[in-house]
Write a protein that binds this ligand. Structure first.
Ligand SMILES: [Zn+2]
Ligand SMILES: [Zn+2]
Length: 188
C-alpha cells in the first residue's frame, strides 16, 4: 500500500535561454506529492506516518522554499550574488531562519544562507522531480513523485525498494541497530 503526502514550495526561477515568457524571472507555488510504498506495519496500521514523510522531506526541501533557483550557467547568478553581497545578506541574515541542511548532488547545490539553489539543468517540473528523487530516495521508499507548478505538472514512477523495518508504536523507520529513533523501541 502507499502513504501519500504533499508539500508546498514557494520559489522563483526562470528558464535561461528558453524562447517564451519563462525566460523572465518569475515565481510559483509548487506542490510536490510524495508516494511512499511498503507493507503495512501492523502495530500502527500504516505504511509510514505522513507527518514523518513530510518531516524527512522538508529537512532538505525547505532549501527550495522562499528560494531562488537558477541554472549554473545563468548570468543572473553572479549578478544576484553581487547584490546580496553588497547588501550584506549573502552569508545569512537574522531573519533567514527557516534554513534546510546544505546539500550538493549531481543535479543541484543548496546555499541555505542566501536561499539559493543552483541547478545543473533547467528547473522545470520534470527537472524538480529528478532533483527530489535523488535527494530522498535513500531516506524514503518513494515509488511516485508528482510536481505541479502553475499550469505545469509532471509525474514519474520509481521501482519499489526493499521493505523497511518500522517501529510498531510510531511507524518510523528503525535505525541500523533496530532501534526507533523517535521512541527508543527496540527490535527483540
Ligand atoms: Zn516557472
Ligand atoms: Zn517508535
Amino acid at each position: 500500500m502507499r502513504s501519500i503526502t504533499k508539500i508546498d514550495l514557494q520559489y522563483a526561477h526562470r528558464f535561461y535561454g528558453f524562447q517564451g515568457e519563462a525566460q523572465y524571472l518569475h515565481g510559483h507555488t509548487g506542490v510536490l506529492t510524495i508516494e511512499v510504498e511498503d507493507t503495512i506495519e501492523p502495530g500502527v496500521n500504516m505504511v509510514f506516518p505522513c507527518n514523518e514523510i513530510q518531516k524527512t522531506a522538508w529537512a532538505v526541501l525547505k532549501n527550495f522554499d522562499h528560494a531562488l533557483i537558477l541554472r549554473e550557467d545563468d548570468p543572473l547568478l553572479p549578478a544576484i550574488l553581487d547584490v546580496y553581497e553588497k547588501q550584506g545578506i549573502k552569508n545569512g541574515a537574522p531573519s533567514n531562519k527557516m534554513k534546510g541542511d546544505a546539500f550538493k548532488t549531481e543535479l543541484a547545490t543548496a546555499y541555505p544562507d542566501c536561499r539559493l539553489v543552483v541547478t545543473k539543468e533547467t528547473m522545470t517540473v520534470e527537472g524538480m522531480i529528478k532533483i527530489v528523487y535523488d535527494l530522498l530516495k535513500d531516506k524514503l521508499n518513494i515509488v511516485k513523485l508528482t510536481f505541479t507548478s502553475g499550469v505545469n505538472a509532471a509525474c514519474a514512477e520509481f521501482p519499489a525498494q526493499e521493505s523497511r523495518a518500522r517501529c510498531p508504536l510510531c511507524g518510523v523507520a528503525l535505525n541500523e541497530n533496530g532501534v526507533c529513533p523517535k521512541c527508543g523501541w527496540r527490535k527483540a
